[in-house]
Design a protein around this ligand. Structure first.
Ligand SMILES: [Mg+2]
Ligand SMILES: [Zn+2]
Length: 180
């Protein structure tokens, strides 16, 4: 697919928009959320071009009995604020709060993308999944979306992605070339 025809961008969160937590850890509090350089501006460029932006993030820590969903909501609110500071917004956000092998939405499965397609009436063949992990690539491919892997992550160099680029800004330049 020509990425310039993309109408919907599915965005991973940790390692794609914000700095990833340490291995095996999660962003559990608003003050732990630190944006990656250029990420918010990249989302703003998609917004300005009329490309739909949908967050799809795995947050397995929420599956432990002691986890407080309000803390996740506070992190999401902080993300929305930091995006808004740069004139950017997400059109929708989905998260998987489940443990491994207990649902159909934890990436590399494509449940969040299918649900978004249904709820927003969007065409997955006109969408791209952008993320820093092989699981993002696999979820995107399972949904019939194009895939862009970011080198910000530790994923194997190719992971079968359609395109591999350095960061979210570089990915967005493929979709909205006028951003330059
Ligand atoms: Mg990630
Ligand atoms: Zn799930």
């Amino acid at each position: 697919m020509d990425l310039r025809n993309v109408r919907t961008v599915f965005l991973d969160r940790d390692g794609t928009i914000n700095v990833k937590a340490a291995e095996g850890e999660y962003i559990r509090a608003p003050q732990d959320l630190v944006m990656l350089p250029g990420a918010a501006k990249a989302v703003a460029a998609l917004n300005a071009a009329g490309v739909r932006t949908i967050l799809v993030t795995n947050q397995r820590w929420l599956s432990t009995p002691s986890a407080d969903p309000a803390r996740f909501a506070a992190v999401q609110q902080r993300l929305d604020e930091l995006l808004a500071d740069e004139g950017a917004h997400l059109d929708a956000a989905y998260h998987c709060p489940h443990a491994v092998d207990s649902c159909d939405c934890r990436k590399p499965l494509a449940g969040m993308l299918f649900r978004a397609a249904q709820e927003h009436g969007l065409d997955l063949s006109e969408s791209v999944m952008i993320g820093d992990s092989e699981s993002d690539v696999l979820a995107g491919r399972a949904a019939g979306a194009a895939t862009i892997l970011l080198r910000t992550g530790a994923a194997p160099a190719a992971a079968g992605a359609d395109v591999v680029v350095d960061d979210l800004a570089a990915a967005v330049r493929l979709i909205v070339p006028s951003v330059g």
